[in-house]
Design a protein around this ligand. Sequence first.
Ligand code: CTP
Length: 404
Amino acid sequence: MLRGKRILLGITGGIAAYKAAGLARELTTRGAEVRVIMTRAATEFIGPPTLQALSGHPVLCEGGTPPAGGDGMDHIAAARWCDALLVAPATADFLAELAHGLAGNVLSTTCLALEHRPLLLAPAMNRAMWQHPATRSNVRLLADRGARLLGPASGLQACGEEGPGRMLEPAELITALEQTFAPGRLTGRRLLVSAGPTHEPIDPVRYLGNRSSGRMGYAVAAAAAEAGARVTLVSGPVALSPPPGVPRLLVETARQMHQAVLAQAPDHDIFIAAAAVADFGLDPVPTTKHKGSVLRLELARTPDVLVSVAELAEHRPYLVGFAAETEQLRERAVAKRQAKGLDMIVANQVGHDQGFGDVETRLLVLWEGGGVQLQQAPKPEQARRLLALVAEHYDTDTHTAAHH
Ligand code: CTP
């Protein structure tokens, strides 16, 4: 899988930097072409000549000798040259730098110049640093932007403490890299994703909303694009940027989401409805502000986007719905899948201080005659696991066969 692949290996200054030597060696053994970039701090843990010998190429580092043929634009050239950039180890400092777009050294500059290629990060640090809110938020930013976080693992640390923060072993990093290059299981498929909440206006200045952050839907869109699908995102109001290369249609109300999705659905093979569409809204919406001490609203049912797509007589895509439930998760999800005529349903527990806005989630995925529980993981990783299931069932599901 890695034969002939051009891997840029970034090394930052942590004790795990010594493992990068084994990693570089293993990569070249598997036929990958490896070039190494080191931060100045990394060179205090391991010498550039070691990496030069193992990769067979001069190492790009601060104050070091530029690679042969260097033209002063080496970070740009390196970013264009590679098929993937893996930073291992990635220190807390480096993650912070990257999260905020700083370009203070040759490696962070290369990361900034990277376009349309996977960026994989293997964090390594003390467990308290990993768990610090600043690091949590930096990691979240990076994952939202499409970087793939590999690990860290838990265990005994170099500092003698025990907990999460150990860099993954080279073999595990190599498996992750191989996955990146595995032929996209959704290659060429057209995938439509709805995401985020909807806002239902009750007068010209106020609206009813819900707690959806859009994170899961955006992670699904990113994972689908990563798996080779052509993705369209229909999104309610959220504070997220669309994944690179994914066109986004922004809507506000359930009715607008209904319109946008129905217009798109027939041109897509798969529809994943991750949006938390408001079930009720005001219709019509008054054109003046409500005044007075009491406000009474009579809300009307909004159109069900997913059901409307399920009812399409022609070009009905393979349908995946979500079920956010506060109790009886499995029973309700089973019932909802049947009631809405879905191929697959993804249930998650909400309420009790979990669900909306969380970075991590547990999911129960159910299809005709089967199901699987996806253990707690960050939403981008959950989205990848879900897409793998969708890809697998899309091809085999009898329901799909009837429609394609
Ligand atoms: N959904 C939709 N349009 C709506 C309501 C829901 O497309 N007007 C979709 C959601 O995107 C989700 C699934 O239907 O994929 C289930 O949403 P959920 O709110 O959990 O279920 P409801 O159908 O609203 O049922 P209830 O509120 O009774 O649990």
